[in-house]
Design a protein around this ligand. Structure first.
Ligand code: GAL
Length: 989
């Protein structure tokens, strides 16, 4: 049926009414459902800790916060992937400044729980601090504590110890649920202190489980989801709960499982990771999802994508991006991708939008799941080194628009329109009659076309594989916009005037037409702005990008008493425009690379932020502002004709940052465990007969799986003692490690050889099992009687994730079976992994290398008697060699330098290194696999004004010469500004 415009909004009204009836069973006033049709109006103010009660409800258009419509423009970051709490504030402030009003976070169970019953939320694990920082930044939080999270993290977030428990995870198994409840109790006791509903924080939404598409139609799946729901509610979490359907399957929509009688407090959300080379999918207002798909699956809840691809991860060897690493991810999901896909999402009625990832960060230590290497940069809008990229252009422009143009919170589908050569979407706000057009070009070539809007034929040009958004009929305060051929970025008050910003591509001709029954007075702020008044319409035309910010001021006529300032910005200019809300009203700042905070006191506005180049500063503030400070220093300004204060001289850029060359290395070899006389009596005897692992225990052999002996992360050593090697030709060592695992073996101290898992490709990534058997010949001279010791070092990488709820995280790690040809000696095994977890750095910092057990990675370890050495170095050896040095940094105060460590060598050399900075395991470099060469050293762990200790634990395979070759510090970016950084405790020996 073709719906007329009228019928369509009438139907929308019916949906809202039905929702009100459905909501009558809801409990408590705190998360009220929409009880009536909620009109379009100003959005709620940025959230803060105000001690007041708030309601969080929704209807099928949007969230309703205290009854006001809120569009959520959220980005994902993982506190556990940035082990320096001060830098959380840096990333959050950057996200807020660039248009986000929410941050979505996973909380990873394994990061907080070294052992059953033991939980740690201190230091780099301080969830309370993260939530406080988000609230102080003015961001809502979408909290996602699993218990399963996937996230390309060890075990998908399950703690190592859970692999040794009985009962199938991600089901209603009672043992599993007992552990889950313990975890949720801990997380929820912190989350409950930060609920937005209570005015104690900004936690707005809470996710249970993650992309749970197993047992969807089984009792155990429903019972599990129901258990989680009720547990979280019992813990006092009263914000709306939701789940992220793995795709638009229509799984876990309201009513599909028992919520204990509660209604109207459950949102349906689905994730989307479409291929950038395909056409963006429709799944809502324009979709064909039918009864089960997309937003149509849950007609009473607003369109919600808890995760929408903003990049993609990369495995060891760089399979996805052909060795290009995360720059390949960023290139294939660039700004145009974001604009094209996210605008399509908006057109489909998505008003809760979270990009995965906004800031990817680092899977430091033993965090990375087998499918990824250390960097989790993800090709996100902010790099792993916290640097902004061009991908922020659409994030910034769309994000600010959604928060500052209220019409976008309530859009219905409107009659189809045409623009030849383009895919078009037409939406309309039923209250304001504002029209929104998304025009998408799915071809590779630029298309110039015409769109009928605002009563005229508008010329539109859309580059290949890009999109743009046009509006007609928007209210601009006391005036009304007939149409604009440039995208609105914001509309706000600034003192006695209103400001509207329009943005587009450099080189585009922007046309903005404002309805003015009487001719207004127009002052051009830049020569490039042209205007003409004709029969009730003021037409302003501006070539974008020709000279930065271009503007015109419109005053008088029609009884209007507030001037309207029209500003025009191209991509780079829009990224220097910063709206900011203060208790005295909004302000707009133009110029610097970043605006972090703005505080008004008396007639002074105190700004903080970053500059890179020397830059202008211009401020449109609330009334009465006459003085400006920047990062604590007074700025001389003069008043302009556009009602702003402009700095008389530019703000200074960042001074050059010099990094020292690294030298003064000392080395020491280890692996005494390989020797026959090594004392292993303190090691555990490996003689268990049964395991909860999904890997079968071989008949007649003991359990050798490292987890069963409490060693869950990093390297593990085995020593097997037996008598009589006469006739033994070879030993077969079956092992299971995750991708790029490595095994090295010795008999009586003599190297037998090494074995490594293959570099992952499409097939192995999909299959996800990395088990193999190393068959190592035994040299004739060792085939003797008497006592022998077989020493084996297994670098296991991480536990598998458990995406399909098959307990795959319980696949064994370490040796799994050992057999011999030419004999079958009885072997008595002992096993040793990491000793007690580092109390500050946590359980995932260390494995069981000798040097780690002895503290060689720690600052202050006495290495004075180690052998001095210089790089590049090339030696042939099987085993472990450590290198240590210290270096001083003296980065100027007030400069935020982001520093990385870069390693390079002949790519044929088979060696790898774990990188320890001040005792913190910053990741793993595999020289002949890559693709990662530069490792981010986060400030806080890195002393930017002081002494640092660097230690490399190098594993060499003896098949080739082994480095290190070049090891150097790299500057990843710098800015004058930054946040104060508290040193992260880094205890030494
Ligand atoms: C999603 C999942 C995330 C992450 C992402 C890929 O399916 O929910 O945790 O794994 O895929 O990066």
């Amino acid at each position: 049926m073709a719906l007329s415009r009228r019928t369509f909004s009438a139907l929308a009204g019916t949906a809202a009414l039905g929702l009100a009836l459905g909501g009558s069973g809801g409990t408590g006033a705190l998360s009220a459902y929409a009880a009536r049709e909620v009109p379009t109006g100003p959005p709620p103010p940025a959230p803060s800790v105000d001690g007041r009660r708030h309601t969080v409800g929704f209807d099928h258009y949007s969230l309703l916060v205290d009854g006001r419509r809120l569009v959520l423009w959220s980005g994902e970051m993982h506190p556990f992937r940035l082990p320096s709490p001060s830098l959380w504030r840096d990333v959050l402030q950057k996200m807020r400044a660039h248009g986000h009003n929410a941050v979505s976070i996973y909380v990873s169970w394994n990061y907080h729980s070294p052992a059953p019953g033991r939980y740690d939320f201190t230091g780099v694990r301080d969830l309370d601090l993260f939530l406080r920082t988000a609230a102080e930044t003015g961001l809502y939080v979408v909290l996602r504590p699993g218990p399963y999270i996937n996230a390309e993290i060890d075990g998908g977030g399950f703690p190592g110890w859970l692999t040794t428990t009985e009962g199938r995870a991600r089901t209603a198994d009672p043992t599993y649920l007992k552990h889950v409840d313990e975890w949720l109790t801990h997380v929820d006791s912190i989350a409950a202190r930060h609920l937005f509903t209570r005015g104690r924080g900004t936690v707005l939404l809470y996710q249970i489980e993650n992309e749970y598409d197993s047992y969807v139609h089984d009792a155990t799946g429903r019972a599990y989801m129901s258990h989680l729901y009720k547990k979280v509610r019992a813990d006092g979490i009263d914000v709306p709960l939701f789940h992220n359907d793995k795709s638009r399957n229509g799984y876990w929509t309201p009513g599909t499982f028992d919520t204990g009688g509660e209604k109207g407090r459950w949102l349906y959300g689905f994730d989307g990771y479409p291929s950038p080379s395909k056409t963006p999918p429709d799944w809502g207002r324009f979709g064909t999802g039918g009864a089960t798909g997309g937003t149509t699956a849950s007609p009473r809840t607003p369109g919600f994508v808890p995760e929408f691809g903003a990049g993609w991860f990369d495995p060891w060897g760089g399979y996805w991006f052909k060795g290009e690493g995360y720059e390949g991810s960023r290139r294939t999901r660039d700004a145009a991708y974001e604009r094209r896909f996210y605008l399509t999402n908006l057109a489909n009625g998505i008003t809760l939008h979270n990009t995965y990832m906004a800031f990817g960060g680092t899977s430091w230590g033993w965090l990375p799941a087998p499918v990824v290497y250390t960097s989790y940069d993800y090709g996100a809008a902010f790099t792993e080194g916290r640097q902004p990229t061009d991908k922020l252009v659409p994030m910034h422009q769309i994000g600010h628009m959604l928060q500052r143009v209220p019409d976008f919170a309530k859009l219905d589908r409107a009659p189809d329109v045409e623009a030849a050569g383009l895919t078009t979407y037409h939406l309309k706000n039923p209250d304001t009659d504002a029209h929104v057009y998304v025009l998408r070009n799915d071809g590779d070539k630029e298309v110039s076309s015409t769109l009928r809007a605002g009563g005229e034929d508008l010329p539109v040009t859309v580059p290949g594989r890009d999109a743009r958004l046009l509006v007609a009929g928007l209210s601009l305060g006391q005036r009304r916009l007939r149409y604009a051929t440039a995208q609105p970025m914001l509309f706000q008050a600034a003192g006695r005037q209103d400001v509207a910003v329009f943005c587009g591509r450099r080189g585009d001709m922007a046309r903005v037409v404002v309805e003015c029954a009487e001719e207004p007075l127009v002052s051009r702020l830049s020569q490039q702005a042209a205007y003409v008044y004709d029969r009730g319409l003021l037409r302003v035309t501006v070539p974008l990008g020709a000279g930065g910010l271009i503007g015109a001021r419109v005053e008088g006529g029609d009884g209007v008493d507030r001037p309207l300032l029209l500003l025009f910005a191209d991509e780079t200019t829009s990224l220097r425009l910063w709206p900011y809300d203060t208790p005295s009203g909004p302000l707009l700042v133009y110029g610097p690379k970043l605006l972090r905070t703005a505080v008004l006191s008396g007639s002074t506005v105190h700004l903080t932020g970053d500059t890179v180049e020397a830059t202008d500063l211009e401020v449109w503030g609330p009334r009465g502002i006459d003085t400006v400070t920047w990062n604590g220093r007074a700025v001389r300004t003069s008043a302009t004709g556009s009602g702003s204060l402009r700095a008389v001289a530019p703000l200074a850029g960042v001074p050059k940052v010099e990094l020292p060359a690294l030298g003064g290395w000392r080395m020491r070899t280890e692996n005494p465990e390989a020797g026959p006389d090594f004392d292993d009596t303190a090691w555990q005897v490996a003689d268990k007969a049964a395991s909860h692992s999904t890997t079968a225990v071989p008949a007649g052999q003991p359990v050798l799986f490292a987890d069963d002996y409490g060693f869950h992360y990093g390297d593990v050593w085995y020593r097997g003692t037996f008598t009589d090697a006469t006739g033994i030709e070879s030993v077969s060592l079956a092992h299971s490690t995750g991708t790029q695992g490595l095994l090295m073996a010795w008999l009586d101290g003599e190297p037998l050889g090494s074995h490594r898992m293959p570099v992952p490709d499409g097939d192995t990534i999909r299959r996800g099992t990395w088990t193999d058997t190393a068959v190592l010949p035994v040299p004739r001279r060792l085939r003797t009687g008497g006592r022998h010791v077989l020493s084996v070092l297994v670098r296991r990488m991480a536990h598998d994730q458990d995406g399909k709820a098959q307990d795959t995280h319980k696949a064994a790690r370490g040796l799994t079976a050992v057999t011999f040809t030419g004999g079958s000696p009885r072997v008595r095994w002992r096993v040793q992994g990491g000793t007690a977890p580092d109390p500050v750095r946590g359980p995932l910092n260390n494995g069981g290398l000798y040097g780690e057990r002895e503290g060689w990675h720690l600052p202050g370890f006495p290495d004075g008697d180690w052998e001095p050495v210089a790089f590049p170095r090339a030696a042939r050896r099987q085993g472990v060699t450590w290198y240590r040095t210290t270096f001083e940094l003296a980065v100027a105060p007030g400069v935020d330098a982001s520093v990385g460590l870069t390693l390079d060598d002949d790519p044929n050399r088979a060696w790898r290194a774990q990188i320890f900075l001040n005792g913190w395991n910053m990741g793993q470099y595999i020289n002949d696999v890559g693709p990662q060469h530069t490792f981010v050293l986060p400030n806080g762990i890195l002393r930017t004004r002081g002494t640092n200790t660097l230690a490399l634990a190098v594993l060499s395979e003896r098949t080739t010469l082994s480095g290190p070759g070049q090891v150097r510090l790299t500057l990843l970016g710098s800015a004058a500004g930054g946040v104060p950084v508290t040193p992260v405790p880094s205890p030494g020996r």
